[in-house]
Write a protein that binds this ligand. Structure first.
Ligand SMILES: *Cc1c(COP(=O)(O)O)cnc(C)c1O
Length: 428
């Protein structure tokens, strides 16, 4: 394990950088000129590798037009499978259990409508009240489409403090009338990492189907799905995985469901052998690609191929080790230098229960986030008082973290944040 006897001072930060075994990967990314990027948890940076794989795909389009579906052994026709091979090691699943399709939101619609089979006695869907809203909107809409009452059907486990989820309360809420559970692996605000194995096993003991949203964990926290065996999972590929803005999402379907007719069926979910016979009877593909609806959106998929190669080359366990270390260093600096200026953090401190970002809290967080931007630092504000800071193992440095803390200190010490408005913008 990397040494955590942290010290103050820029020299020490530079020493940590010089010892960083992952430092060579930074040059593969387009770092923003004269800026410190701390928002790789919302939108990962563009890499040279991502542009290369995108360019390769565009060249095939340019050179072969409709022939693109047949060139290189039909790899673009099977592009979801190509990407699944690269994603599989990140969650230790078999590639056949992974499909790259749609958006995170649409894959929740897809997975839930495929697996949720309410009966009179077992029909409730268990969720938490801290998940990202789109997950809830999607689940509610499946319930509505089944003609069920949302109030009665959706069972919400409330967080005791608005920051963390109580795992035991979740497990206790798995009553006999619960049919399905959907939870985030890492909470987008507080960075809490749930014990997926424990919760999944508790659900299965009760005959409950369980799905995980990996948006804030994939590419940052390794998962072992061969051990956990969830029923399904969904994630976006544009956050830690740097697949590009709006990159096509990922969905995992446990192999025990292969052959199940998807909730949202489409011709690209049909078996390869009969797809182009264009029959009006749907035959699901016998793997997770059955969840694919229409033609793969190659433009939103191709950058992910290059990006994933970097993640696999670096090794997710190495990335997790640095991520835990650099975020621990940031927490150390907050403790030592920023608490006296009214800063604290909401995220858990134990390695086993925290994800890849630090959830910095301050009463003036909104205005501080604008002051940071004015100082060429890109943070990520979330209501009501949180600044998410994600030093990414592949490309951020300890020096950048140190400079970030310098800036956070100055902004409050000099009351610089007072120069900014409290008025909320449309997107922030
Ligand atoms: C980022 C995120 C999403 C995003 O959904 P999209 O459909 O990709 O826009 C969904 N859920 C969670 C938990 C997220 O963190």
């Amino acid at each position: 394990m990397l040494d955590r006897n942290f010290k103050l001072g820029m020299d020490y930060a530079l020493e940590l950088d010089s010892k960083d075994s992952l430092k060579k990967f930074r040059s593969r990314f387009y770092m923003l000129e004269n800026k410190i990027y701390m928002d790789g948890n919302s939108l990962g940076l563009c890499s040279k590798d991502a542009l290369d794989s995108l360019q390769n795909m565009i060249n095939q389009w340019k050179n072969y037009a409709i022939g693109i579906w047949n060139v290189e052994d039909s790899r673009y026709y099977h592009y979801s499978n190509v990407l699944a091979e690269l994603l599989a090691p990140l969650i230790n699943a078999t590639p056949e259990e992974i499909c790259v399709t749609g958006t995170t939101t649409s894959t929740i619609h897809q997975a839930v409508s495929t697996l949720y089979k309410p009966t009179d006695k077992k029909y409730k869907i268990l969720v938490d009240d801290l998940n990202f809203p789109t997950d809830r909107y999607a689940v509610d809409s499946v319930v509505r489409l089944k003609g069920l009452d949302i109030e009665d059907t959706i069972k919400v486990v409330k967080s005791p403090d608005g920051k963390l989820i109580d795992e035991d309360a979740i497990i206790e809420s798995m009553t006999d009338d619960v049919a399905l559970v959907l939870l985030p692996a890492v909470l987008y605000r507080s960075s809490q990492l749930l014990n997926m194995k424990k919760i999944t096993h508790a659900a299965h003991k009760k005959g409950i189907i369980i799905g995980w949203d990996l948006c804030h964990s994939i590419g940052s926290v390794p998962h072992d799905f061969k051990e956990i065996q969830p029923d399904f999972a969904v994630w976006c590929n544009y956050k830690y995985l740097s697949g590009g803005p709006g990159a096509t999402a990922g969905v995992y379907l446990n192999k025990k469901y292969f052959g199940v007719v998807p909730g949202l069926a489409g011709w690209f979910g049909n078996k390869d052998e009969t797809q182009f016979l264009l029959r009006h009877t749907f035959e699901p593909e016998l793997n997770a690609t059955s969840l694919q609806t229409g033609t793969p959106n190659l433009l939103s998929m191709a950058p992910l191929e290059g990006a994933l190669k970097i993640y696999n080359e670096a090794g997710l366990d190495n990335l997790r080790e640095k991520s835990l270390h650099i975020t621990a260093y940031l927490m150390y600096l907050i403790d030592e230098r920023l608490v006296k200026y009214g800063y604290s953090y909401d995220n858990p401190t134990d390695d086993d229960i925290r994800g890849g970002h630090v959830s910095l809290v301050h009463d003036e967080a909104y205005r501080i986030s604008f002051a940071l931007k004015a100082k060429n630092i890109v943070p990520d504000y979330r209501e009501p008082n949180v600044i998410r800071l994600a030093p990414i193992a592949l490309y951020n440095t300890y020096e950048e973290v140190y400079k970030l803390v310098d800036a956070l200190e100055e902004i409050v010490a000099d009351k610089y944040y007072e120069e900014f408005s409290k008025e909320r913008l449309l997107v922030y």
